[in-house]
Design a protein around this ligand. Structure first.
Ligand code: PMP
Length: 440
């Protein structure tokens, strides 16, 4: 048991995406983690229903990752990423490429999901320019999309509250597709909802407005996570792909949460059988152990740069691109995915997980439940005049009762480590049901 920190100990850390004053008045502190559980500072186990922030597919303190990172830090703690290489960075890129079934040919490393998104946007612009298509500078995002907090990602993102403070400092020339969430038509669906495929055709409207010759790329999350588990309608992503191809627009998937097994396949593009031109990842890439993101590109993207003028092909990169510790964690994670049959396990429990989520139907205030792969969204009705308050109350109570859930607005998002077993699913949904029964 750890000594509780006093309120003055808490003041220096300005916490991200947190109501700091509220948190510091009654902090929740995690001090260790192993397998499916965190422990708080009073020593209580907390079942991880969210894989940290969607980033721990293999469970916590995986011994193979721990020892790979320990070995790496003692061997090569850091290597400059510009003009110098180290073997693990190349080895990981090759393994990642193989993990896509060799459909993608190169990997560009970043330090986070936000950096991966901004990198993908920059690659898209540079790709068109190098091919003589320099007018293609516009991006199309989607309402309710979340693409991290860089200026690029925030601009293509579609969350009004995140954008409003930054107003005209956001990227110019960005437009948004409508989101696909429709409670009236699609409530309580398992997998892809039936209604809403036609919303992909809104891209035609934006093309008519801006002209294809001015549009660089469309970026979407295959399944939007941060804004409350929005699952694409059947055929929607295929239609987007067709329209992008028709108009010479690049399609970028932001797979920061869907990458590395969340849907029981290596990537969401495998699950939906739709291939973007480039896609972003982070989080599960290193099992959350060392920060790392990556952009995967198809051969035609990389070839365009290699056929361009000699010299540095892309004037872009980070001090921590391909950090040795992150590469070690990434390689060990891939080993575990492959050797321990993680995807097969996720596939084998996902139906049980989804059924358990849908068993909450009928409990007070539950207005929708939507599930896909190892993701569940449970939407609660809002308390009039207090949006988000009901789900936040559920979150606080859940923590006290020993389960970690994530809430966004009045939506509970669950995305446990893929190594979850049925007994954990029973614990997670049993406790959540008890909480929902007694919420105001
Ligand atoms: N894209 C998506 C789809 C995400 O879900 C997130 C993070 N939740 C990001 C980008 C940003 O990643 P990071 O927080 O690592 O910058």
């Amino acid at each position: 048991m750890n000594k509780p920190l006093s309120s003055s100990d808490l003041s220096a850390y300005w916490m991200p995406y947190t109501a700091n004053r509220n948190f510091k008045a009654s902090p929740r502190m995690l001090v260790s983690a192993e397998g499916m559980y965190y422990r708080d500072d009073a020593g209580n186990p907390i079942l991880d229903g969210t894989a940290g922030l969607w980033c721990v597919p293999l469970g916590h303190a995986q011994p193979k990752i721990v020892s790979a990172v320990q070995k790496a830090v003692a061997t090569l703690d850091y290597a400059p990423s510009f003009q110098l290489g180290h073997p693990m960075a190349f080895e990981l890129a090759e393994r990642l490429k193989q993990y896509t079934g060799n459909r993608f040919s190169q990997v560009f490393y970043t330090g986070s999901g936000s950096e991966a998104v901004d990198t993908a946007l920059k690659i898209a612009l540079a790709y068109h320019r190098i091919r003589g298509d320099a007018t293609r500078t516009r991006f199309i995002g989607r309402e309710r999309g979340y693409h991290g907090v860089g200026f690029g990602g925030m601009s293509v993102g579609g969350i009004g509250t995140n954008r409003k403070t930054f107003n005209s400092a956001l990227l110019q020339g960005v437009d948004h597709l409508p989101h696909t969430h429709n409670l009236e038509k699609n409530a309580f669906t398992k997998g892809e909802p039936e209604y809403g495929t036609h919303l992909a055709d809104e891209l035609e409207r934006l093309v008519a407005l801006h002209d294809a010759s001015n549009i660089a790329a469309v970026i979407v999350e295959p399944v939007a996570g941060s804004t409350g588990v929005l699952i694409p309608p059947k055929g929607y992503l295929k239609r987007l792909r067709e329209l992008c191809t028709k108009h010479g627009i690049l399609l970028i998937f932001d797979e920061v949460i869907t990458g590395f097994g969340r849907l029981g396949t290596p990537f969401a593009s495998d699950y939906f059988d739709v291939e973007p031109d480039l896609f972003t990842t982070a989080k599960g890439l290193t099992n959350g152990v060392v920060p790392m993101g990556a952009v995967f590109v198809k051969p035609h993207i990389h070839d365009a740069f290699m056929q361009g003028p000699d010299g540095i092909e892309l004037l872009h990169g980070y001090t921590y691109s391909g950090h040795p510790l992150a590469c070690a964690a990434g390689l060990a994670s891939l080993d575990i995915f492959e050797q321990d049959g993680i995807l097969e396990h996720a596939q084998s429990v996902s139906d049980y997980f989804q059924e358990a989520a849908h068993s909450l139907r009928g409990l007070p205030n539950v207005i929708d439940i939507r599930t896909i792969g190892m993701i569940a969204g449970i939407e609660l009705s809002s308390i009039p005049g207090k949006p988000g308050a009901r789900a936040y109350d559920a979150f606080r109570r859940a923590f006290n009762d020993g389960i970690l859930i994530r809430v966004t607005g009045d939506i509970i998002a669950l995305s446990p480590p893929l190594v979850i077993e049925k007994k954990h699913i029973d614990e997670l949904f049993g406790k959540l049901a008890a909480i929902l029964k007694t919420l105001d």
